[in-house]
Design a protein. Structure first.
Length: 153
């Protein structure tokens, strides 16, 4: 019986020692709570998708995409309102000052002919372009807005 008591006392002492060692060992304070991820930061270059509307024509928000290249060039693909599945393609140049993205482009493929547009959007490195406005500067005088555009890559 004494051997059993001594063995159980030894095992208990060993278990307590291990537990005490784990409690008093080094711990690292976490700067961020567990499971938190840093906020992603996206460059302005890449593929952006969203919708646009025209001030002079009533229509549902309509698909548009931008490809913003690092060399300052820009391409836009716009679903044409009222056309059965037609898209217009444009190319142009862009600049960014602070968080304001500005562009000017000219159609390269559109059944309605040559159109020159310019626009401005607010860039946010979280992956959105907001507060956008565009206007036709080639004579038709159409204007409109972009709804929030999201970076897609």
């Amino acid at each position: 019986m004494k051997k059993l008591f001594m063995a159980s006392l030894a095992i208990t002492t060993l278990a307590l020692s291990i537990g005490l060692f784990q409690i008093t060992s080094c711990t690292k304070a976490l700067a961020d709570p567990p499971n938190s991820c840093p906020v992603a930061k996206y460059p302005v270059t890449g593929l952006w998708e969203g919708t646009y509307q025209t001030d002079q024509v009533t229509h549902n928000p309509t698909y548009i995409s931008f490809i913003i290249f690092p060399d300052g060039t820009f391409m836009k693909r716009t679903k044409v309102v009222g056309a059965n599945g037609e898209y217009g393609l444009t190319k142009g140049r862009w600049t960014i000052t602070g968080n304001i993205l500005e562009y000017k482009d000219t159609t390269i493929l559109y059944s309605g002919g040559i159109v020159v547009n310019q626009g401005q959007l607010t860039y946010d490195s979280s992956g959105v372009l907001t507060g956008g406005r565009w206007q036709d500067v080639s004579g038709q005088s159409y204007t409109g807005t972009y709804q929030t555009m999201n970076r897609n890559n």
